[in-house]
Design a protein around this ligand. Sequence first.
Ligand SMILES: Cc1cc2nc3c(=O)[nH]c(=O)nc-3n(C[C@H](O)[C@H](O)[C@H](O)COP(=O)(O)OP(=O)(O)OC[C@H]3O[C@@H](n4cnc5c(N)ncnc54)[C@H](O)[C@@H]3O)c2cc1C
Length: 443
Amino acid sequence: MPDKTIAVARREVPIGAVTDVAVAGGGPSGLAAAITAAKKGLSVILIERYGFFGGLATAGSVGTICGLYLHHPDRIERIIEGFAGQLEDALVKRGGGFGPFIRQGFTALLYNPWHLKRLCDEWIGREKNIRPMLHSYVADAVHEDGQIKALLVASPEGLFAVRAGVYIDATGDAAVAMAAGVKTEKGDARGMVMNPTMMFYVQGLDLVGYQAKGMAVLNDRIRQAIAKKTYPLTVGQGLVIPTFRQGEAMIKLSSLAREGRALDGSSVSDLTYAELKGRDDAEIAMDFLKHEIPGFENAFLADTAVQVGVRETRRIIGHYILTEQDVLSGKKFPDTICLSSWPLEKWEDGREPEMVFPAEGDYYGIPYRSLLPVGTQNLLVTGRAISMDHGALASARVMGVCMAEGQAAGTACVLAARRGVKPSEIDTEQLQLELKKDGARLD
Ligand SMILES: Cc1cc2nc3c(=O)[nH]c(=O)nc-3n(C[C@H](O)[C@H](O)[C@H](O)COP(=O)(O)OP(=O)(O)OC[C@H]3O[C@@H](n4cnc5c(N)ncnc54)[C@H](O)[C@@H]3O)c2cc1C
């Protein structure tokens, strides 16, 4: 019988960097964490596997930043301020963002991924305390007695170690936490995760024609095509998101499953299938749009996103597990570090997304304890891998919330460094005061 494992010889790995804070992942939550900690004087290493920052906002071209706004019956206000609010303002100022944009009960910021990519370059570039490492993949963590001793980074230079006082896992997949032995979970009670989606770009679109005649019929025609089996579309509703460039839009019209089972973005085989099937599906969707939807007559598929969009993989078990019930009941916590009013948005079992809206004007809090993994003391987790159940993730994974969590994690590192304590030992009232001082909304 062939061997199931192979022994790796003990080896010495060079220490590539020593820093106050090491952030793994340069997506919305990692950026907020790194920039916040750096602005407050800590040295930061930001490790990102791609050649650019932004995470799914850029690599996945998801097209709208959600979670920033709160609906009242008569008005809309911004519920997430601080880092995320500044990012919205900067994007709008450079013509790369438009909001609040309201459609079908949702309010979001439309943005152009290229503008966001360049904004991230600028913001990271001007922080002298941040040493960014692109094309660098956190492959493992050295850990001992509940402490991470170093991250092992696979890079074009080979393997090197990064040592830090505090580590922030902003990989979205709890990659650092898992490597450090933190207990994680995945999916719902059956282990089913939400479906991924492949976003794609069209050019040559007559946007005015689409808005006049196509938008109103889009979802009916998608459902008819599925019912009559004229086009093998994978989800009964679509979204056309303008990029603010002549004739160009991002299209969300895919929900990737295999034989009714959602694809798991933390499995190599499922991810490979999702990328290939996602590109097939984009061509099918383009064919459908061109022939069935006014405005798309001369449009063509310009490209798919850099990567398939993954909604859900692992979540850590932290000191508090935020629940779907907490979200729907608008629960606030003594250690709330940010607010959210985004609905539950479940993409499951190859069906149409299911939306559950909280009461209008209501919102819930995310507790600091959900960022703290049980068992590893010098690690914070931000973004879609925080400690929450599958239902809560359906709401709290949106990017406005991820950025606010990142800001809280970066600030927590600063407080921990000032007092020489672990992140779990900081004074959470002090954390809230500091966040408010920096513009965050906590009530
Ligand atoms: C199809 C789709 C549509 C969505 N639509 C919206 C929407 O309209 N609005 C909205 O607000 N949200 C939307 N979301 C959700 C949102 O995009 C994500 O939940 C959010 O981006 C998560 O942020 P994050 O910082 O936790 O992780 P990510 O955005 O996933 O960023 C993680 C970063 O870490 C890097 N990374 C991962 N592993 C490693 C490693 N081992 N080493 C180094 N780097 C690593 C990645 O390259 C990436 O840059 C959508 C998601 C999907 C999939």
